[in-house]
Design a protein around this ligand. Structure first.
Ligand code: MG
Ligand code: MN
Length: 667
């Protein structure tokens, strides 16, 4: 423990640094003023249960993701640098069939440890935070698998349950009853690092690294059923302002914020989803971010959302001069923040001009991937096999291929079946439980959740033939539950306008190439509405693109009432659709959308395209563009587009499993 008395601060040159009982320093408790220590903070984020390089939807190996390969990058960095810390930024326990298998199908017992946590313990993480998706399976499950007592009525306090053996920090989610954070808000990691004395000799010195965690306050909307009346969230800045002084008082020499959220430089709100940008003004020394599944810094990439962002240096990895990293998703990158501390006037001072930030890909320059750490698959082989056996359970068959390669151009082959299942469920629910709404039309929305957000492997593709659980999980990615809202025709039009933000505004007079897709809009917010007809005019500005919207052949009456089947995320405000904020929800079903889909396919037996995959509710208003309009999706899929009635041609090969296609919008 460093001593910080006024007397010591007054000494010049050599400062007595160790208490008599400390003994952590090989320099007999002495740290020379001017001693420096280089620390490398390593980040993983948004692992989403991708422990192995295996796609449980396709039942195939896929080397482009998986913590078993990040493990190799971690090993390399540890051999390269003397002083490292390994930190995780959350969204860990949900995201693949392995997550569902261990949470819902065959829930881990207290004596067991989640597969992903086992691997993280093996990799010797130093700390981690909690992402929004950690809350998807409910608080009792999260309490057990993290071995953390949330102090909630009806939730048994876990006793020595299998869990991460590193500190799990989260400062801005608190128990409504006792007003205290449900996790440890921060942790002071007392480390012994190798430093360099002014005389050039190598010295061993103690450094205290404070780690604090944050999650998006919007979890209260997204997981309302799991969280409301039990916990509440605080804003990131208010929370940082509360705890940072405590962290400094407890000796933190370096404060690292693990913020599961992206960068949003718009004005601060305590409920904003991506508030990490504002944390850089609270006195932290380094920032690790995530949630938006992006890469930061991402120099030289023209499409990066961080290129012209206020206060952001997308080359150096600085946000308002604070070193910041975001390491992609699914284990495809390792983030590294290099910081240098200098012992000055009796304390460690972060050398602001000496930091650097990088991310390292598991993909090598030649297109191959770093090898997997063989110890990882051995650790989780039973869970892996159990998941494969589970997802192979047959549920029906299809005589057509259902994919999302062209879902953003109107192909509904993988979306319509979800909408039909949701509509059927809600219609039956209303007949049984809500007869007062029987006269209202029931529409449904669903989005192509897997439409390339995370690269070429991130698309739904169910081949003709038998359908098993893995295919249902491919068709419906998230562990959402069915909800329904009662809305007006005006709400419907606003809903469709919001979805239409998926597209850039196309200038038909321009002869230059134009990209059709707005990469700042998330595919999971591209709701395709079933039960109405509409067109999208991409030559118009966002907000005025929906034309010819009809129900039953007549223009949608803004005053008419409708029921829309959707999920808990959308119904309670996810995606910020105007007026869809939880106040219009009439059904909050406990049933998962995916289970509703599975039941529906089981009931139908065999699916054909004409009945279950060809009812396109929307199309583009024809545009005769002077120049090419570009669209990126998986390579070699011109035939799949043609089957859905969409005409595209190859423009270029992006050499990452995708092609850029040219879209004919003229008819
Ligand atoms: Mg997230
Ligand atoms: Mn995530």
């Amino acid at each position: 423990m460093l001593m910080r008395t006024t007397a010591l601060l007054g000494l010049a040159g050599i400062v007595l640094a160790g208490c008599s009982s400390s003994g952590t320093s090989s320099t007999n408790g002495m740290i020379a003023d001017g001693t420096t220590v280089d620390v490398v903070l390593m980040e993983t984020t948004d692992i989403h249960q991708n422990v192995l390089s295996y796609d449980y939807y396709k039942l195939a190996d896929n080397p482009s993701f998986g913590l078993e390969r990040t493990a190799t990058l971690i090993k390399q960095a540890r051999s390269q640098y003397a002083n490292t810390l390994l930190l995780d930024d959350g969204d860990l326990i949900q995201g693949t069939a392995l997550g569902d298998y261990q949470a819902v199908i065959k829930p881990v017992t207290c004596s067991q440890t989640l597969a992903v946590h086992k691997v993280m313990n093996y990799l010797k993480y130093d700390a981690g935070t909690i992402g929004n998706h950690e809350f998807n399976y409910g608080l009792p499950f999260l309490s057990q698998v993290t071995n953390t007592n949330f102090r909630l009525n009806g939730v048994t306090a876990p006793s020595n349950c299998g869990a991460p053996n590193y500190p799990q920090v989260l400062a801005n989610v608190s128990n409504l009853a006792d007003k205290q954070p449900i996790f440890t808000p921060f942790s002071i990691l007392k480390r012994t690092f190798s430093g360099k004395a002014p005389d050039g000799s190598t010295v061993t010195v103690p450094v205290n690294v404070g780690v604090i965690g944050f999650t998006p306050p919007t979890i209260m909307d997204w997981d309302k059923a799991n969280l409301s009346n039990r916990v509440y969230t605080d804003g990131l800045v208010e929370t940082a302002n509360k705890y940072l002084p405590q962290m400094r008082a407890q000796g933190a020499d370096l404060v690292v914020a693990l913020s599961h959220g992206g960068l949003d430089p718009s004005s601060y709100s305590p409920t904003m989803e991506n508030g990490s940008w504002h944390l850089t003004k609270t006195g932290i020394d380094a920032l690790m971010i995530g949630h938006s599944h992006d890469i930061f810094p991402n120099p030289g990439v023209a499409s990066s959302q961080f290129n012209n962002m206020t206060g952001v240096d997308n080359t150096k990895g600085l946000v308002n001069s604070i070193p910041t990293v975001m390491a992609g998703n699914w284990g495809n990158r390792l983030g590294l923040i290099h910081v240098t501390l200098k012992f000055t006037g009796g304390k460690w001072v972060v050398q602001k001009d000496k930091s650097s930030v990088e991310t390292r890909s598991t993909k090598n320059a030649d297109g191959s991937y770093v090898a997997a750490d063989p110890n990882v698959s051995a650790l989780v082989s039973a869970e892996h096999q159990g998941t494969i056996d589970y997802v192979k359970t047959p549920i029906g068959s299809t005589d057509f291929r259902m994919n999302t390669y062209f879902a953003l151009l109107g192909d509904v082959s993988a979306v319509q079946i979800v909408n039909m299942a949701q509509q059927d469920y809600v219609q039956k629910y209303i007949q049984t439980n809500l007869p007062q709404y029987q006269s209202l039309p029931v529409l449904s929305v669903s989005a192509p959740f897997k439409a390339g957000r995370n690269g070429a492997s991130d698309f739904t593709d169910v081949q003709a033939g038998s359908i098993a659980i893995n295919n249902a999980a491919d068709l419906y990615l998230y562990p959402n539950t069915v909800q329904a809202v009662k809305v007006s025709g005006a709400d419907i039009l606003n809903w469709l306008e919001t979805s239409a933000k998926m597209f850039n505004t196309i200038n038909p007079a321009s002869s230059a190439p134009q990209d059709l897709i707005n990469n700042n809009y998330q595919v999971f917010n591209f709701d395709v509405m079933y039960g109405v007809q509409y067109q999208i005019d991409v030559t118009k500005a966002p907000g005025s693109r929906i034309v010819n919207a009809t129900y039953n052949g007549a223009p949608i009456n803004p005053a008419q009432q409708f029921i829309v089947a959707t999920n808990n995320y959308r119904a309670s405000g996810g995606g910020n659709f105007p007026g869809i904020d939880g106040t219009k929800t009439i059904i909050q079903s406990p049933d998962a959308n995916r289970d509703v889909l599975i039941s529906y396919i089981k009931a139908k037996g065999t699916l054909n395209r004409a009945s279950y995959g060809a009812t396109r509710s929307w199309s583009f208003v024809p545009v005769s563009a002077a120049g090419p309009v570009r669209f990126k999706t998986v390579a070699n899929q011109i035939a799949a587009a043609a089957l859905a009635g969409i005409t595209v041609s190859k423009n270029s090969d992006n050499n990452d499993g995708t092609w850029t296609y040219l879209v004919d919008l003229s008819h």
